[in-house]
Ligand binder design. Structure first.
Ligand code: SME
Length: 206
């Protein structure tokens, strides 16, 4: 059974909220309790189900729109407002041997990261996802928001060519696991399949 986490469909503003795992009985069936205001306060569903819902939200969001900046901007906003315990979500885009800040949600961040530097540059260099359970233990980690405790960076490709990276930060340690990685990779695939990328944004063909 996949790990469970607390999921709130609407962003509560509590980005440092505690991680409250459900009991096994709750996690099998999911549980929804509503407050008097009608908001769900306890909505335990599996990560896989959350990401399935996100796929369902992403498709109509980009339907009929292929513009690169429009679609990746909405993608960053969708993740930031849908996934629990994030304090930063956004893109760094390839520009020569650098990654330049792209659309994001969260606090202002460093605007340029060299390929190979920090978590973002490492993911771009290796063309592979990097999961960092404790940012303080990652040599060369670049601090943008001091609240960040863990981080996951995924390379973004269009037809096999690197476009940049997606960076997610959390105020909780070890927030990201292989389920997050695999499901967000699938979301990125959907995103990039429906998005035109200008030639100048793509790494040279290998
Ligand atoms: N921590 C990143 C820098 C980007 S911010 O977290 C938004 C890194 O080490 O590459």
């Amino acid at each position: 059974m996949p790990p469970e986490f607390r999921y709130s469909p609407a962003r509560s503003g509590n980005t440092t909220g505690s991680h409250i795992p459900p009991s096994p009985a709750q996690s099998v069936h999911g549980r929804r309790n509503s407050t008097h205001s009608g908001q769900f306060v306890n909505d335990y569903v599996s990560k896989a189900a959350v990401y399935e819902q996100l796929q369902g939200s992403l498709r109509p969001l980009i339907r009929g729109q292929t513009d690169f900046l429009a679609n990746i901007s909405n993608f960053a906003a969708l993740l930031f407002n849908s996934l629990p315990n994030l304090n930063w979500a956004g893109f760094y885009l390839l520009r020569g041997t650098d990654l330049v800040l792209g659309p994001f949600q969260g606090k202002p961040a460093c605007s340029c990261i060299a390929i190979g530097d920090g978590v973002c540059g490492t993911a771009a260099l290796q063309r592979a996802a990097v999961l960092v359970p404790d940012v303080h233990a990652f040599p060369g980690h670049i601090v943008c928001d001091e609240a960040s405790q863990s981080e996951m960076v995924l390379p973004v490709f269009k037809e096999g060519r690197l476009v940049g990276v997606l960076d997610l930060d959390s105020p909780l340690p070890a927030r990201f696991d292989e389920i997050d990685r695999d499901c967000i990779q699938q979301l990125l695939q959907t995103l990039m399949d429906g998005t035109m990328v200008p030639e100048f944004r793509l790494a040279p063909p290998t």
